[in-house]
Ligand binder design. Structure first.
Ligand code: ACM
Length: 542
């Protein structure tokens, strides 16, 4: 079989080789109905620059069609000497068929400069394909290190190339606030900037002396949303509350419990959290309103992870709220708050998306849970009736080190090799079929404490994200050896796309960060820590 037909990533469900291929040249027309105009625009923009094939409108050549008989995001791609047919169950399905088509051309055609020659042959055959999961996500933390819009758009293109369909944007944290909110100018004039940045992992207490910051204008975010939508990616925004809020409190100290200081320069979890009095609640609801205005997707992220309750014990404002709501203690305050956010979002026709800490005390009905603290919370959430996005740190936290090579940059977390990621199954063991049906899919998370640039994000993400794509697109049974064979060709595609992936042989010299030491963990230590961290779920409703 043609090597390109057998090296597609993520692997298609069914591939048949059949006869001669299709010659693609400057005269090849693109035949697309009006409802596939966006796909046609994108395909011309993708294939045109390197191949010089403008794909003028016309009949024959490459035909795009929606066929409602196919699975929603599925497609059938047929290549014969007389033409190419890309049929999809929806525009998204056609788009994925077209993405597969790109992988059937020589990798050099993924470059953006014109190549010599003007004729390429697409291998003859038929591919039938559809994803296993509807949520094939990546979280990008733009709070710890701000990522300029152009770099976000480039990452979106790379996600779409791997048939991923959700970009969860972690927009705020203790170390930076990255979006404008009407009437709150200090969020961006103060909250988006920190005076210095911790270098390497926490215990080394090293800092640079360089201010860091940045934020997205409303137009920037609209551009990101539209660019993603044209690639069938939904952007799910997250503003993390009520913890991870030091940047907002640095801008508006009245939202906190007495803290008056700068945006946080060190990693780890700030104890400075929202006071959850009337002004802080109004602030949060206004932020959610703004997110609803900018992001059309159903889900709005409220974070909810890692919120220390200690400031609430001595805070008059928090204590007043605890009394007025009849809560039994500070620990119940977060569940009360999350319920208010869920009601507000529901009134706007939206749904709350939060980290698995919101399960403590019972998450609001209808909340979608991003289950990250090992595999336990995904099972707990599914049993409690919630829709779940599986993103256990022990399988898909791509900030974790890729090998034990001493040259690995800032090694943190547990060892998470390419094979480990490829072995990930979003459905945790022990669920009934009904509970397993609540697992929407999986998500790889890119926390950027140690990724100060798009180049470093590339390094941590790839090629592990190629393996991840197989776990959420492809079947539950997977063959790592076969993936590795396909990956050899796929890496030449990443070369053509200019991705600074981690070579399988180890880090390149310029990827090393001897100045930024890490803190590797063993799986045994991490599992013990996770058991302790999630012990409160044993008491939570399931
Ligand atoms: C998280 O990793 N704190 C969600």
């Amino acid at each position: 079989m043609n090597e390109l037909l057998t090296s597609i990533v993520p692997s298609p469900v069914r591939i048949q080789r059949a006869g001669d291929g299709f010659p693609l040249d400057q005269a090849t027309p693109l035949d697309a109905p009006a409802d596939l105009t966006e796909v046609a625009i994108w395909l011309r923009g993708s294939l045109g620059p390197a191949t010089g094939c403008p794909l003028p409108p016309g009949s024959g050549g490459i035909r795009l069609r929606v066929d409602p008989g196919l699975p929603d995001e599925g497609y059938a791609l047929g290549i014969r000497p007389t033409g190419v047919d890309i049929h999809g169950g929806s525009a998204a399905g056609v788009f994925y068929g077209a993405q597969t088509l790109r992988q059937l051309l020589p990798p050099a055609t993924l470059r953006r400069g014109r190549l010599a020659g003007g004729r390429w042959t697409l291998p003859g055959g038929r591919i039938e394909d559809a994803p296993r999961f509807g949520w094939r996500g990546v979280m990008l933390d733009v709070a710890r290190h701000f990522m300029p819009v152009a770099d976000v758009l480039r990452l979106i293109d790379l996600l779409a190339f791997h048939k991923l369909n959700v970009l969860h944007l972690h927009l705020t944290d203790d170390q930076g606030w990255r979006l404008e909110v009407p009437g709150r100018p200090r969020l961006t004039s103060v909250g988006a900037w920190r005076p210095a940045t911790m270098v390497g992992s926490r215990q080394h207490e090293r800092y640079d002396a360089r201010p860091h910051g940045g934020f997205y204008s409303d137009d920037d975010l609209r551009e990101i949303v539209a660019f993603a939508a044209a690639r069938h990616i939904t952007v799910v925004p997250e503003v993390d509350m009520p913890g991870h809020m030091q940047a907002a409190i640095a801008a508006y100290p009245e939202l906190g419990n007495g803290f008056a200081g700068p945006v946080r320069s060190s990693w780890g979890i700030s104890t400075h959290v929202l006071n959850l009095g009337p002004e802080a609640l109004d602030f949060c609801l206004a932020v959610l309103d703004h997110l609803c205005d900018l992001f059309p997707g159903e889900l709005i992220g409220i974070g909810g992870d890692e919120c220390p309750a200690e400031e609430w014990r001595d805070s008059p404002i928090a204590q007043a709220r605890i009394r007025s709501e009849g809560l039994v203690g500070p620990e119940r305050l977060q569940a009360w708050f999350t319920a208010r956010l869920a009601e507000h979002l529901a009134a706007r026709g939206r749904r709350l998306f939060g980290w698995d800490e919101i399960l403590a005390g019972g998450a609001p009905p209808g909340a979608v849970i991003a289950a990250w603290r090992g595999v336990g919370p995904a099972a707990h959430a599914a049993r409690a009736g919630h829709a779940v996005v599986s993103c256990p740190d022990t399988s898909v936290y791509l900030d974790y080190r890729q090998s034990d090579d001493p040259a690995e940059p800032t090694p943190v977390g547990t060892l998470l090799t390419l094979a480990d990621v490829h072995a990930f199954d979003p459905v945790p063991p022990g669920l009934t079929p009904e509970q397993a049906g609540r697992i929407l899919g999986g998500q790889a998370n890119l926390w950027t404490e140690h990724m100060e640039s798009a180049r470093r994000v590339d390094y941590q993400a790839f090629p592990r994200l190629c393996a991840f794509a197989e776990t959420v697109w492809g079947p539950a049974e997977r063959d790592f050896a076969a993936f590795s064979t396909r990956l050899a060709t796929h890496l030449t595609r990443l070369d053509a796309l200019g991705v600074n992936y981690r070579p399988l042989s180890g880090p390149r010299p310029w990827d090393a960060r001897p100045d930024a030491p890490g803190h590797p963990r063993t799986v045994k230590d991490r599992l013990a820590e996770l058991r302790e961290m999630t012990a409160d779920l044993d008491q939570a409703p399931a």
